[in-house]
Design a protein around this ligand. Structure first.
Ligand code: B12
Length: 375
């Protein structure tokens, strides 16, 4: 931990503290209610990531139901709820009820933050696994997760279908899916790729919401990078989707990979289709010029670009721009948009260019129709 005034307050030794477990622990880190204290969760997220844990951060202001859907669809080993706003006696029991309602009453819930000692028995009584306090050490935080990890078993056939899909995806991604498992490709499998920070997750979230508006059920698989040093990952794309609005009409799954290791992807796609989804959107890890492997797995690829990413020579290079079936010029309100579109037109060779401002939902209907309705 930090020793002097100039040391980062969150410095910890990056080390795989979970490599001995049956699988990489998956944790949903959540803050429910009107609680804006996010220093603690950010610290916990980094500690977990740097200890070999896959952390899904769902953002502030979650509802118990949104968190429960996330826990089920992400197939987490535990939920880590950080409660600082004195609403734990109301929201935590509700979270446990919702976990049961969405079909995963077995997922462990750990609670930490500002929890008066006298409230601990009531939380344990309603089903919380453990309660942690301010000043919880790094070792305790990692241990709180390790204790929840058990080998993956298929869920019972009569369990919730999304819960079953989520578990099948976990098994497939760990390379252990039985070869006899029925697979079916969804009607539409589209890939969204592009540089880190281009706005891919916000675009995917906006397109998912558009799909829901049209009465479609959308599945998303979003890849984020896995640390080659610890095996840990911070899976942060999910927080772009407003689950308070789309509820479980969007099945969203975050997964970590190193580089472009898509060896399980065809099975993942087949499982999503076999679960009845006709549309699957796959978001790649933030891609570089040479990251083109996604095109071997999807039907259509959208390459997301933003203004200010380089001169026109960059556009002529072989690689990622060649795999686009269509281009998205996102952040169209930023300076340099006209130049970007002009340069894209030069290399597009007739491929369509869609201008979007994903954060405002602009251009999303046109993109959805081009990529998904007509795809
Ligand atoms: C910094 C701070 C703020 C900052 C927040 C900055 C930020 N972006 O987070 C600011 C100034 C904005 C703020 C505002 C407010 N605050 Co304030 N704030 C604090 C303070 C001083 C420290 C919190 C902190 O960052 N700690 C450091 C982090 C690293 O620790 P942590 O969050 O506790 O997390 C650790 C452990 O708890 C544990 N942990 C946490 N969750 C979990 C979960 C699991 C599963 C596990 C294993 C471990 C674990 O692990 C972490 C590492 O050890 C506390 C008092 C205190 N000493 O705790 C008050 C405090 C939390 N705030 C309080 C209040 C009332 C407010 C305001 C409502 C004040 C007001 N009237 O406006 C607002 C609300 C803001 C909002 N939107 O919600 C009260 C809450 C009272 C309560 N719950 O009963 C406190 C306790 C102060 C007090 N004594 O009254 N606050």
């Amino acid at each position: 931990m930090a020793r002097g005034l100039t040391d980062p307050t969150t410095a910890i030794e990056k080390r795989d503290r979970c490599g001995d477990l049956p699988h990489r622990p998956r944790v949903l880190l959540g803050k429910m209610g009107l609680d804006g204290h996010d220093r603690g969760v950010k610290l916990i997220a980094r500690i977990m990531r740097d200890s070999g844990i896959h952390v899904i951060y769902s953002g502030l202001w979650q509802t118990p139901r949104g968190l429960a859907i996330g826990a089920r669809d992400e197939d987490v080993d535990c939920v880590a709820a950080s409660m600082m706003s004195n609403s734990h006696l109301v929201l935590v029991p509700k979270l446990l009820e919702e976990l049961a309602a969405v079909g995963r009453p077995d997922i462990a819930v750990n609670v930490g933050g500002i929890i008066p000692q006298e409230d601990v028995p009531a939380l344990i009584e309603c089903g919380v696994a453990r309660v942690y306090h301010t000043g919880t050490s790094m070792d305790q935080i990692v241990e709180s997760v390790r204790q929840c990890v058990h080998p993956y078993q298929p869920l019972a056939l009569n369990s919730n279908p999304s819960a079953q899909l989520a578990r099948q995806l976990s098994i497939a991604h760990s390379g252990r899916l039985p070869t006899t498992t029925p697979l079916k490709r969804p009607t539409r499998v589209v890939g969204i790729t592009g540089a880190p920070g281009a706005g891919k997750s916000t675009l995917v979230a906006a397109m998912s919401a558009e799909g829901v508006r049209r009465g479609h059920r959308i599945a998303v698989i979003a890849f984020d990078p896995m640390s080659p040093i610890t095996g840990g990952a911070l899976l942060g794309d999910r927080l772009r989707v407003d689950f308070n609005a789309v509820d479980d009409r969007v099945f969203y799954r975050s997964l970590a990979i190193i580089g472009e290791d898509y060896r399980s992807l065809d099975q993942l796609i087949g499982l999503v289709g076999a679960a009845g989804f006709e549309t699957l959107i796959i978001e790649t890890v933030g891609a570089g010029q040479n990251d083109v492997a996604i095109r071997n797995h999807v039907d259509r690829t959208a390459v997301v670009t933003v203004p200010g990413m380089g001169d026109s020579v960059q556009m002529d290079k072989a690689g990622i721009l060649e795999i686009a079936d269509l281009f998205v010029a996102n952040k169209a309100d930023h300076a340099g948009e006209a130049k970007l579109v002009r340069e894209l037109l030069d290399v597009a060779g007739g491929r369509a260019i869609y201008e979007t401002i994903a954060t405002q939902g602009k251009g999303i209907i046109e993109l959805y129709e081009a990529l998904i309705e007509q795809g």
